[in-house]
Design a protein around this ligand. Structure first.
Ligand SMILES: [Zn+2]
Length: 306
């Protein structure tokens, strides 16, 4: 590889890492809106949902956008195989549900488009939405463990606390899945896992699943359908240039007490972003189909994001 090529790849890697860090798990930010309100930072954690009409945060982090996509030169519209003839698989993932407002609409789109996805579910929301979790499973989508509480202050106190929270979620999920869900996504992302916690999880048979394409749908300012679509299209270009299997982070979101929110509030931005996910999803799926991808369901064999 030429030096200039190395620089370009390095620049892309820095860019995508920046995007990933900014993306976070989003749930930390998301659950701000429905739990604590104005003075909570993005990295702080969650409590059960409370009133939703709260003021928007004023200390919002800057959200950077990825560069505009380059035009494809001489590349066929649909390439069913990669250069080494492997099947092209994309993993669409939705975090923090299930919920009664958006998860069903996401499922409707997936059914209409004949695409599969994986839902990173939170136990406290599973309890509230048994019909939705049943539907996710009956329609052939994947389930991953996203903790019971999604409470950073609780789960990241110690390795034991984290695993106890995963196990609590598995108790909730057992009637639906019939077995423990050992594939998990760490709330806040894999970067929140300490080496000691990683080791303990590995010894316990757990498999971490991250992401390499951030839709940035956890932007506290809210995101539009077009922004979300562009983020994924641009992210895919980077991931493909690095020969990775695309794993896309989106959020169907946590259970809200209502979808009525004061304009300009954090909750309104949160709802706007969930609407953007539902609205953009058909185009996102079409884009992956046009590029020859099939839609995989996350399990312990899913390639690591990085
Ligand atoms: Zn989350």
């Amino acid at each position: 590889m030429k030096i200039s090529g190395k620089i370009a790849v390095t620049a892309k890697f820095v860019l995508i890492l920046t995007a990933l860090v900014l993306a976070g798990c989003a749930a930390g930010q998301q659950m701000i809106s429905e739990s604590k309100g104005v003075n909570q930072t993005a990295s702080q954690s969650t409590t059960p949902p409370g009133p939703v009409n709260q003021s928007a945060k004023t200390d919002r982090p800057e959200v950077k956008t990825l560069p505009a996509p380059k035009p494809e030169l001489g590349v066929p519209a649909a390439e069913a195989k990669t250069a080494d003839n492997k099947e092209k698989v994309v993993y669409l993932t939705f975090d923090d549900g299930p919920n009664s407002h958006f998860t069903g609409r996401v499922l409707d789109v997936l059914a209409r488009k004949n695409a599969k996805a994986t839902f990173m579910v939170v136990g406290k929301n599973v309890i509230l939405n048994p019909d939705v979790i049943r539907r996710i499973i009956s329609e052939g989508h994947g389930i991953s463990n996203h903790s019971f509480s999604h409470d950073y202050n609780k789960i990241y106190v110690s390795p034991e606390a984290f695993i106890a929270d995963l196990e609590e979620n598995n108790v909730v999920l057992a009637p639906y899945t019939g077995k423990p869900v050992m594939v998990f996504r760490a709330p806040g992302g894999p970067q929140k896992l300490s080496p000691a916690l990683r080791n303990k999880l590995h010894r316990g048979g757990y498999t971490s699943v991250g992401w390499n394409i951030a839709s940035a749908d956890s932007d506290p300012n809210g995101i539009t359908r077009k922004q979300l679509y562009d983020n994924i299209v641009n992210g895919l270009e980077i991931v493909e240039s690095m020969n990775r299997t695309p794993i896309v982070l989106m959020h169907d979101g946590t259970q809200l007490t209502t979808t009525e929110a004061r304009p300009g509030s954090a909750t309104a931005a949160y709802i706007q972003s969930r609407e953007a996910v539902v609205a953009a999803l058909p185009s996102v799926i079409d884009h992956f189909k046009a590029k020859g991808y099939s839609f995989g369901v996350v399990d312990q064999h899913t390639p690591p994001a990085w």
